[in-house]
Structures are given as C-alpha cells and as structure tokens.
Design a protein around this ligand. Structure first.
Ligand SMILES: Cc1ncc(COP(=O)(O)O)c(C=O)c1O
Length: 390
C-alpha cells in the first residue's frame, strides 16, 4: 500500500466513524421524521412498538452474522449463536418439544419458517400434497409453488377456522397419498385457529399413515400459551414443526422469528459444509445475528410473567375496541383469545390513515401490547364519522 492510498483509507475510515456528509444526514433526519409519523398511525399490521433495543448500537460496529447451524460452531467466530441456542431452548420448552429431540433457528419471520417446514416435509414425503385452508397467509401457496409441491385449499368456517368436514372429504379423495397439513394458528385476517388435535383426528379417521403437520403460528405463537386457549397447536399436541414471528407481538426493528422441529427430522436436511466448518440446515445459511439478540433480550427481560401481562394488556384493548366500535354502529367481532378486531372494509382514506389490512370482505386492527388508548379512541371517532355518513 503506497502512502497516498494509506492516507485515503485513513480519511475514509475517519469519515465513516466521525462526521457524516450533510446531505446524507439531512436525508436520514427527514426520513426518520416521516417514519415517526407513519409509525404513530399504524394499527392494521400487528407490530408492537414498545421496544427499545438501544444497546444494540454497541454491536453495529461488528460484522456479527450467524453462519450455518446454530448448534454447531464453524470457522466464523463473530456470531451470536450462543444466544441463538438459548432462544431455541426457550421456545423448545415453550412449544413443548421432546426434551432430547428438538432443533430450530432464528428466521426472518413466519414466511421463512413456513418455507423451511414445507421443504423439510417434502424431504420426508416427496410425493405429498399440501392441504391448507383458504384463510392461510399468501406465503403458503407461494411456498408450495416455489417447492413445486401439489396443494389444495380447504374451506373455512365463518370464524376463519378450517372446516374439518371439508378436510375429511378431501382426504377421502386422496387415498394412499402422503399429506402435509399447514394449520393456521391465527389466520392473517381473523386470527382464527385451526386445532392440530382435531386435524390429527381427521387424519387418523381417514387412515392417513404418512403425514406431516406444520403449525403456522406466525402471529399467535408468541402469546397463545399465555392465554386461556385450550386448542392444539404445539409439538406436544402433534405438530411436527411450528413457526412464529418475533417482530409483531414481541416487537423488533427487523423481521425475525423462530422455526422449531424435532432434531431427528431436521437431520434429514442437514449437510456438513467444509467451507464454513459446520453443518447447515437453515434456509439462508448466513443469518441475522442482531435479531437473535433482540429475541434473547425480550425473553430474558420479560420472562413468562412479562409475556402474560403483555398478552392481557393487548387482549383488554381488543375487547375495548370491539365494544366501542359496536357502540358506534360498526359490527365488529373478535375470535376467542385473539387480538384481531374484525369489521367491514372502510373507505380508502381511513384505510390509508390507519394502514389497515383488508381482503375486500373484512378489515381489521390487531391490538398489540401497549397500543395507546388515545389512538384507539381516535380510530373509533373516525369510524363513528364514517358510520354517520353512510
Ligand atoms: C398466518 C400468517 N402466516 C405467515 C405470515 C408471514 O409472517 P412474516 O411476515 O413474519 O414472514 C403472517 C403474517 O401476517 C401470518 O399472519
């Protein structure tokens, strides 16, 4: 390296660490303001906002990345796998995996957990057909398409829960075929829960011997065990894999989640990779190490009592919102142990203001822990204006 190059490198490094170009700084400041405004009125997507991971700033000067299997150390040492294993241990207990037979990793969210689980299920049953309800999240048919898995959609009841009779009818028409079922543990629109115990019963009655059940608990998995829900959804109930998203109920500045299965199953897709010095069965290979720290922090800071109190707070607010909307003439409803308040679609200006999700038939608000009451009041006020104008 000649002297001039060395000077340029030093200058570059000091610019990176010290003063920021004015134009860039202004751009970021303005953008931060815009996002603050957007954040204030976002109620439709289930994103908790009451987190503070400020301490993570200390890690932003390190190339922290998790490469390969969380349970194996490889050549790359700048990682948070030691925390990732503790996150997986916590969720293995939470989702009641067999004590000596579990495996999982921190994903980018529910969609990746679904893709991983479907890929795993296909490895076990290459000729399987995937059954999921018409209320499933759009990533489920998308993932089947990516994996070239045959699939069929099953009808739902009015709550959004899968129609077990329709499921049974479809199984009768598929004799001898291995079956993969994706159960919605909280559908995206109405947060209805398919009962894994009932799904197993239907599979048994149809004499399906080769099956794999995946619980897509993207929304509800983070809190269902802290509620009074009595239906089946975890590994002890008979699911072969389960996933949930960390960025909604727990809250995080980046997409994250967990996928969990039995180790004896995941070993079917694990490969030793000499280049990284360990096994890899994850989809991404190189994964976000900071989201692991967020989840680990939340688990250790809140503990089970903290999670339960977050759920009770959000549940109370969902009940309040549903009642308040009904009071102003909006027919709002709520599934049991759900945080999703469902109502008919609203005009586009209200949809934009509150960033509401709509499938054309319903719109919804998902209350999150610490959703501000003042915001819910303002929303009800807007809806009252809309109801009067009708
Ligand atoms: C039932 C369900 N599955 C999967 C997803 C996708 O999860 P993520 O956005 O964490 O990838 C969602 C998101 O809303 C969902 O509601």
């Amino acid at each position: 390296m000649d002297l001039n190059t060395d000077r340029r490198v030093r200058q570059y490094m000091s610019d990176r660490q010290g003063g920021m170009n004015r134009v860039i700084e202004d751009r970021f400041r303005n953008f931060l303001n815009d996002m603050g405004m957007q954040n204030a009125y976002s109620l439709g997507f289930p994103m908790a906002k009451d987190f503070n991971y400020g301490f993570l700033a200390n890690f932003l000067e390190l190339p922290l990345h998790n490469l390969g299997d969380p349970f194996a150390e490889g050549h790359y040492g700048i990682n948070t796998k030691v925390f990732e294993r503790e996150v997986i241990d916590f969720y293995a207990r939470h989702f009641r995996a067999p004590e000596d037979d579990y495996w999982g990793y921190v994903t980018t969210g529910g969609a990746e957990g679904n893709l991983f689980s479907l890929a795993l299920a296909r490895e076990l049953y290459p000729d399987a057909i995937v059954l999921f309800s018409t209320a499933a999240h759009y990533n489920v048919p998308k993932n089947c398409h990516l994996l070239r898995l045959d699939s069929e959609q099953v009808a739902v009841q009015s709550s959004g829960e899968i129609d077990y009779d329709d499921l049974a009818g479809r199984l009768t028409a598929l004799p001898g075929r291995p079956i993969i079922v994706v159960a919605n543990i909280g559908t995206p629109m109405t947060e209805a829960k398919d009962d894994v115990t009932q799904i197993r019963r239907v599979l048994q009655e149809a004499r399906v011997t080769q099956h794999f059940i995946h619980s897509d608990a993207s929304l509800s998995g983070a809190f269902l065990h802290f509620s009074d829900y009595a239906g089946g959804f975890d590994l002890a109930h008979g699911a072969d894999s389960i996933t949930f998203s960390g960025h909604n109920f727990i809250g995080a500045p980046m997409p994250c989640g967990v996928v969990l299965t039995r180790k004896s199953l995941s070993e079917r897709v694990s490969r030793e990779v000499p280049y990284i010095g360990c096994a890899d069965s994850t989809l991404g290979g190189l994964r976000n190490a900071l989201s692991v720290l967020c989840l680990w922090f939340a688990i250790n800071q809140l503990g089970p009592a903290g999670f339960e109190s977050r759920f009770r707070d959000a549940e109370t607010k969902a009940g309040f919102l549903q009642a308040a909307l009904c009071d102003v003439g909006i027919p709002a409803w709520l599934n049991p142990q759900a945080l999703t308040v469902v109502f008919p679609p609203v005009p586009s200006e209200l949809q934009r203001k509150w960033q509401l999700v709509s499938d054309g038939q319903h719109a919804h608000i998902v209350t999150m822990p610490n959703t501000a009451m003042s915001l819910l009041d303002e929303f009800v006020n807007d809806m009252q204006g809309f109801a009067r104008a009708q």
